[in-house]
Design a protein around this ligand. Sequence first.
Ligand SMILES: Nc1ncnc2c1ncn2[C@@H]1O[C@H](COP(=O)(O)OP(=O)(O)OP(=O)(O)O)[C@@H](O)[C@H]1O
Length: 938
Amino acid sequence: MVPSRRPWNLGATPSLRGLWRVGRAREPEPGMARPAPASPAARPFPYTGPGRLRTGRGRDTLVSSDEDSSARSAARPALAQCRALSVDWAGPGSPHRLYLTVQQALLDKGCENKSQGTKEEKLPKRQAPAPRRDREAQEAGGTMNVEKTGGRLFGSGRCSSLGGPPGAAPMVHRMVEAMSQLQEEKARLQEELAAMQERLALQDSDQQATSTQPQNQVENLKEKLISQAQEVSRLRSELGGTDLEKHRDLLVAENERLRQEMRRFEAELQELRAKPAAPCTGCEHSQESAQLRDKLSQLQLEVAENKGMLSELNLEVQQKTDRLAEVELRLKDCLAEKAQEEERLSRRLRDSHETIASLQAQSPPIKYVIRTVEVESSKTKQALSESQARNQHLQEQVAMQRQVLKEMEQQLQSSHQLTAQLRAQIAMYESELERAHGQMLEEMQSLEEDKNRAIEEAFARAQVEMKAVHENLAGVRTNLLTLQPALRTLTSDYNGLKRQVRGFPLLLQEALKSVKAEIGQAIEEVNSNNQELLRKYRRELQLRKKCHNELVRLKGNIRVIARVRPVTKEDGEGPDATNAVTFDADDDSIIHLLHKGKPVSFELDKVFSPRASQQDVFQEVQALITSCIDGFNVCIFAYGQTGAGKTYTMEGTPDNPGINQRALQLLFSEVQEKASDWEYTITVSAAEIYNEVLRDLLGQEPQEKLEIRLCPDGSGQLYVPGLTEFQVQSVDDINKVFEFGHTNRTTEFTNLNEHSSRSHALLIVTVRGVDCSTGLRTTGKLNLVDLAGSERVGKSGAEGSRLREAQHINKSLSALGDVIAALRSRQGHVPFRNSKLTYLLQDSLSGDSKTLMVVQVSPVEKNTSETLYSLKFAERVRSVELGPGSRRAELGSWSSQEHLEWEPACQTPQPSARAHSAPGSGTTSRPGSIRRKLQPLA
Ligand SMILES: Nc1ncnc2c1ncn2[C@@H]1O[C@H](COP(=O)(O)OP(=O)(O)OP(=O)(O)O)[C@@H](O)[C@H]1O
């Protein structure tokens, strides 16, 4: 009976290919557990370690690689009937286990050995997975079909994934059945054995060749492994891990040595600092010492920097050492892997040899082994290629590590150089420090010597001085003995003076009393002298006034002066504009007029040429103004034909004022001078007489006609009811008053120039004074009159209103002439009332008044007839004598009540207030001007 052949699936048999997959991540086969981690503790199998032999009975026998075969040989007898041999590979990757199970009992003794019972026999029969294993083996290219002769090969540790849970009853039964089947096939196998032996003999030669090939490959692999191991060791020596360590150790030692040196330097520095400072300041050595100290501090700084650099280098060396240790560790791992691989291969080789040997002994197994070796040969090739790839990878890593090590060597080199530099610097610093220390010592030595020398000298000097002091002391003692009597005398003197000082306040009081009495007497004498001087002063003042008045009287109460204006553009050119007036070089009171070819001369009080200034003219009239302060009435006329310069002389120009403003300035300054003795009040009125109508230029209603009346007190004085009177205290007040009067005139008349030429303008200044000491009251009135033009009617050929104006002017001027003529002839009746002008000026023209007429003369030829008329009139006036001047002064004649009654219409609003409320105050005007003339339009 030919037993049925059942193919044995060897696909799951651990092969060399599987063994070479150590350490490689591999996906588990379907239905198999994922490979366990590399840690031995975490492995699913009991870790057996390298070379651990596991028997099928679960006992492990630890063997070395050398002992492997012997251990296995020793273990083999224990597996007499059913032997399970397993070799555990404990590489870093997933463990693989090879089970070579040879059931010798099935091969040699048959089924009767079954009764001895081994654990392996009780293992579940693995029939079901066999086809799948065949497939897997076929896929791996290593499928081998053998007859079921009792040989069994399967992967240990995968029982649960192959058929069912180990120890399960159905599986055991199936195993038993299989074993019985195997026994039944015993005979068949024996037959087959014979056939196989025959075939084996035939295939002997082929077998030899086939068996030597894998052996050679294994040998080659072994050699390669050895060479790789050598290469690794060589690389390790080349990498210089030991050198690096040596470098590191050297650096650490160097660092430690430098630190110790630093500590020593610092201690020395501390000692040097602790030493007392040299007493010599400012000497050469101290400066040098300071420099050395500075240098030392710099060196310390540098040393500190070097320390920092050293610490950085240490850190760097430490890092590199760590990296080196890592590399070493990895190399060790690699070497361990290599060793294990090598061991495994050698073991595999031995196993192969054994297998071959056993196969050679038994023809069927030999065939099986030969085929297995064939399969393994291809797997070994693959493993070799993988090993080569891995070797390549390791070489790359080694190259990288070599590169890193080279860099580290360079860094170490630079560190070494830096350390050498630092060491050189430190040596230099040390030498400098030593030098400085030596210098310091020398310096201290010299200082010590200096100090000793100085002490000796000082001691010698002190001895000499002590000697001198002793001598002086002896002299002082002798002096003291001689001075004692003098001291006693001085003490007695001091006591005497002390007693005198005690009585000194009494004496002082008496002396003060007498001095006070003398001072009081002196003050009384001075007061009486002052009174006497005051009396004399007043007497002298009166005398001065008398003299002044006498002077004025001698000059004449009516004085006439002439002023010739210069030729102006208005005079035109040609023969009419030629000069017809000449002067006497020797007599300033003579004026010559060339009239119709005949020279006519006139004698007046004074004649002013065109060159005379305003101040020159005022100089002549200021004596009159001063007499006004003394209580005299004064009247100053400006007479002459139109355009002869009357307004110029009386009012002047803003920058060159005339008599009006200068007179008021003089009045204010005189009043100021006498303010200590007199109280003066100055009031101002302004009026105009036009066509025999008197108008108030400062009133609220300038068009109102004013009348001149007698005072009702029966004093015979005249007054003008409604005539405004402003009290002024400064030139500014005067200017404001004139401004207001000018505004009134411009409001009333459109052609002011014409009007002003045809009217008389009067500025009436009243000065009232009270003598503070005597109570004497004085009143003086200053009339400043700018008369209208004196042209004759017939010559001017005027008609209508002009004729009427001329008639009024001539009437008033002739009335003035009549009054003056009456005064000259001393007539009983003086016709003051013939005109408003003479009537208003009655006070100033009567016997106690002073009159000055300024005759304005045009120098040009065309005006000679009028000039002749004016000069004749002036000469006639000059001949009048008003009689002795008298003052309007009464001792306590009128009280303030009487003053008010005498001036019933007196209004004394504040000029400033009036000036501000005046309409048209913005009109341009000349200060101190009542009778303004605007320039005719071209
Ligand atoms: N002494 C002088 N020096 C320079 N210029 C003068 C002098 N006298 C008069 N004038 C000029 O002559 C011109 C006429 O003078 P002013 O108006 O004073 O004459 P008047 O006699 O006042 O005339 P009226 O009768 O029209 O008022 C003015 O331009 C004036 O500046």
